[in-house]
Design a protein around this ligand. Structure first.
Ligand code: FAD
Ligand code: FES
Length: 321
């Protein structure tokens, strides 16, 4: 397996929102253009490597992030968090990247400029767009992502990253098999793309409207198997129902991201078939850089931080409650 590119940790940078486009009622695509790169100090408080408080928590001695506090303003001069916004889904785009990013890594994004919510929210790297922009696929879940969905083109937000460990490459001779549930596609999409037509992809969502980027996935995959709860796209049922009909063998190498119940079922099926792979996990995150211990999970190797030792973990290390 290749060295994990996730070892290279990103810095805080400001990014201009190019677009924040609704894909359906709950999902958006955000496009950002990094406006500055590795600027040591900007607009007030800054913390550098190893010590003080980053925006969102103190830094551990091994943390390398530099945090720059910036303001979020809309193109029209108002606040990003205020103002009437379209109630439906949008996409957000960030300009430019500061540090190379690999599939599976994530960024912490500022979602508003008021004190509440204070913390940035983690979103996976989805893909690079034209002009070295960064794209994020996200679902509105609570207050933070709701505020993010209201940020308009022209606004600037603080971004920290790339963070965490990337998806390792599949061992030679193994067939990569991807299992994506809902917004778990965000982490797996760049992996599928990087596998250049070799991946067998299983992707399930609640309904056909929530099967995103179907044409692109068809083009990028060796096989694409779709499932929806209501049967409006692909097979009716869960992605696990679909995977259950497929012959998993030790020649497969599995990558999965989705709801915990799905990750648990995939792990059981994969280990039962005598093979292994990786899962990307979710946890509540405060600092995102390994300092606050807020994202710790239990693994067979002891307690691990999802933001630092993850979010990508080997399937046989996972412990489910
Ligand atoms: C490494 C990582 C990468 C992620 N990448 C993406 C991505 O690419 N696209 C995307 O749409 N989402 C992604 N997420 C999830 C996203 O960060 C959360 O949906 C977001 O932080 C929720 O914030 P909020 O303020 O909108 O919701 P909150 O108000 O914080 O929560 C709303 C509801 O969602 C539940 N919830 C929120 N966060 C989590 C969590 N981490 N685990 C379990 N339940 C939770 C809460 O229990 C609550 O019911 C990622 C999470 C992690 C840890
Ligand atoms: S979010 Fe702080 S240690 Fe992981």
């Amino acid at each position: 397996m290749s060295a994990n590119p996730g070892e290279k940790e990103g810095l805080s940078f400001q990014a201009e929102v190019l677009s924040n486009t609704a894909l359906n009622a709950e999902h958006l695509l955000l496009t950002l253009k990094p406006a500055t790169s590795e600027t040591p100090e900007k607009k007030g408080s800054v913390t550098t490597s190893g010590g003080g408080a980053a925006s969102g928590g103190g830094l551990a001695p091994d943390a390398k992030a530099t945090s720059i506090k910036g303001s979020v303003t809309t193109s029209g001069g108002g606040t990003a968090s205020g103002g009437g916004l379209a109630p439906d889904a949008k996409a957000t785009s960030i300009k430019g990247s500061v540090t190379p990013v690999a599939p599976g890594q994530f960024y912490m994004l500022q979602v508003g400029q008021s004190a509440e919510p204070l913390l940035k929210r983690p979103l996976c790297f989805f893909r690079k767009g034209e002009g070295n922009t960064l794209e994020f696929l996200y679902r509105i879940r609570g207050k933070g992502t709701q505020l993010l969905s209201q940020i308009k083109p022209g606004a600037e937000i603080d971004v920290l990253g790339p963070l965490g460990r990337a998806w390792p490459r599949p061992p030679k001779g193994k067939t990569p098999l991807i299992v994506a549930g809902g917004t778990g596609l965000a982490s797996l999409y760049p992996l599928i793309r990087s596998l250049k037509g070799k991946a067998v992809v299983f992707y399930g969502s609640r309904c056909g409207e929530e099967i995103l980027f179907q044409d692109e996935l068809e083009r990028m995959s060796a096989e694409l198997h779709l499932a929806t709860d209501d049967g409006t796209c692909g097979s009716k049922g869960t992605v696990m129902d679909l995977l259950g009909k497929y012959k998993l063998t030790p020649d497969h190498f599995v990558y999965t991201c989705g709801p915990e119940v799905m990750t648990r079922a995939v792990t059981k099926a994969v280990l039962g078939a005598g093979t292994t792979g990786y899962a990307s996990l979710e946890a509540y995150m405060a600092c995102g850089v390994g300092a606050c211990m807020g994202c710790v999970i239990k693994t067979t190797k002891g307690y691990r931080r999802v933001c630092k030792e993850g979010p990508v973990f080997k399937l046989d290390e996972l412990v489910f409650a």
